[in-house]
Write a protein that binds this ligand. Structure first.
Ligand code: LLP
Length: 428
């Protein structure tokens, strides 16, 4: 679900008129609905309630400290992948003891910081990393809590760049090598405590079957490790997909009555809870996109209309530096006008940004009600991996971010200025 809907002909986020908001705060502008974020978190918690489950929000999806603060207040833990993300969680008032630290390339400085802060566990992804964590913990006179990420070699059925659970991916350790690895670590690495087992097979999964296959394959291993090494948790990662196409239309339906082939919180939970319940382990899930994806939109203004020989272009002021998903993953985002004009004909155009690359588009060959210069569009379902992946490419300042709460809103990140662009640079 989400909280973007037309009211008297103008798109609103919750009770906030997006035309007025854009006039005040400028564009491009990221807007998030607090209500949607809270609702997604609550529904997931509820669906997993038969388990001893911990939800850890994947910070990488949307790392603004206001969003992290909101999640922390709901009782969420955090899936982090860098020292910077841990720093953000702490600044946001989150609890480092509720963080698990994943990623294949943790530096010595990051491991040290995470140990100082007392993270719940490191999700280690190689033997060499285990050795490094053991050594650093030893120097600090600490025992490091560790789980190992298992690569179950399961096809997630998503874009190849966000598939992570196949043997050819750089993530995790091959399924067959996990047990000998735990035996070795138990024997040889005295500054490590084997605390759990982790996996994550990919992102934007739209079917329950790959989750089921991965859990079916890995749950017996988790149980075995529990019996042998007394591990206390099994983390099944994130990856729950969201609706990108026609999300405005499906928002009016509840999560519970969408079409059966669509992955919903309910179908996800119904398919995995029975497999996980008998383990008697704490179960961690690490959703990012599910929580914030449909909660955010990117508001952009049409700068020019341009008729080419082969195509019509709608040139907008948001580029691939603001939202890279269409360029990088051929990601589809529904685009709708902020002002409804039911009388206007649809035209087919490429909605493109100002960046000097032909890969800079929000949509190609998209049928949309005609948009004229100066008018506003909303790029929907942009809350996850939108702003978080934004850059200053072409020396474009980062967009502002707004959190809407009912009829009120707050600037949770100021728009960058040109001075911000060169802060830290110097001429020798
Ligand atoms: N846990 C781990 C270990 C992960 O690597 C990820 C995402 C998550 C949890 C959260 O996954 P989610 O629930 O959000 O699917 N930039 C891409 C997505 C990259 C996902 C990276 N890992 C995109 O825009 O589609």
């Amino acid at each position: 679900m989400h909280s973007f809907a037309y009211c008297h002909g103008t798109l609103h986020c919750e009770g906030v008129n997006l035309d007025q908001l854009a006039a005040k705060e400028g564009t491009p502008l990221y807007v998030y609905s607090k209500r949607t974020i809270l609702e997604h978190y609550a529904r997931l918690k509820e669906a997993l309630s038969p388990l001893d489950a911990e939800v850890e929000f994947a910070v990488k999806a949307c790392s603004n400290i206001a969003i992290l603060n909101l999640m922390a207040h709901q009782g969420s833990g955090f899936d982090i992948v860098s020292g910077g993300e841990l720093f953000r969680v702490i600044q946001a008032g989150g609890n480092p003891h509720r963080c698990t630290y994943a990623g294949i390339g943790k530096t010595q400085q990051e491991i040290q910081f995470a140990l100082e802060q007392g993270v719940y566990a490191f999700n280690a992804e190689s033997e060499a990393e285990l050795v490094a964590i053991n050594a650093i913990a030893g120097q600090m006179g600490l025992i490091a809590p560790v789980s190992v990420r298992v690569n179950p070699n399961v096809e997630a059925g998503t874009h190849k760049y966000i598939t992570t659970g196949k043997s050819e991916n750089k993530f995790g350790i091959d399924f067959e090598r996990i047990e000998p690895l735990y035996e070795w670590a138990f024997r040889e690495l005295p500054n490590i405590r084997l605390k759990g087992l982790q996996m994550h097979i990919g992102s934007q999964l739209t079917k329950a079957a790959p989750f089921v296959e991965a859990v079916r394959k890995t749950a017996p291993l988790a149980l075995h490790l529990k019996n042998k090494f007394n591990i206390e948790f099994f983390s099944i990662g994130g990856g729950i997909g969201i609706v990108y196409q026609n999300s405005l239309e499906s928002a009016s339906k509840s999560w519970w009555d969408q079409t059966p082939e669509q992955l919903t919180i309910k179908t996800y939970a119904d398919s995995i809870v029975p497999l996980l319940q008998p383990l008697g382990l704490k179960i961690i899930v690490e959703p990012g996109r599910l929580i914030v994806g449909n909660a955010g939109a990117l508001i952009t203004r049409c700068l020019y209309e341009k008729q080419g020989k082969a195509k019509t272009f709608t040139i907008v002021d948001a580029g691939m530096n603001d939202l890279i998903r269409p360029a990088l993953y051929q990601g589809y985002h529904q685009i709708i006008p902020i002002a409804e004009h039911p009388d206007r004909p649809n035209i087919v155009s490429d909605v493109v940004g100002p960046i000097c690359e032909s890969g800079d588009f929000m949509a190609q060959n998209r049928s949309l009600p005609q948009v004229h210069q100066g008018e506003l569009l909303a790029v929907l379902s942009a809350g996850a991996y939108g702003f978080a992946m934004a850059s200053n490419y072409n020396s474009r300042p980062l967009a502002a971010e707004i959190l809407v709460d009912g009829n009120s809103w707050h600037v949770i990140r100021k728009r960058q200025t040109w001075n911000d662009l060169i802060a830290g640079e110097s001429i020798p």
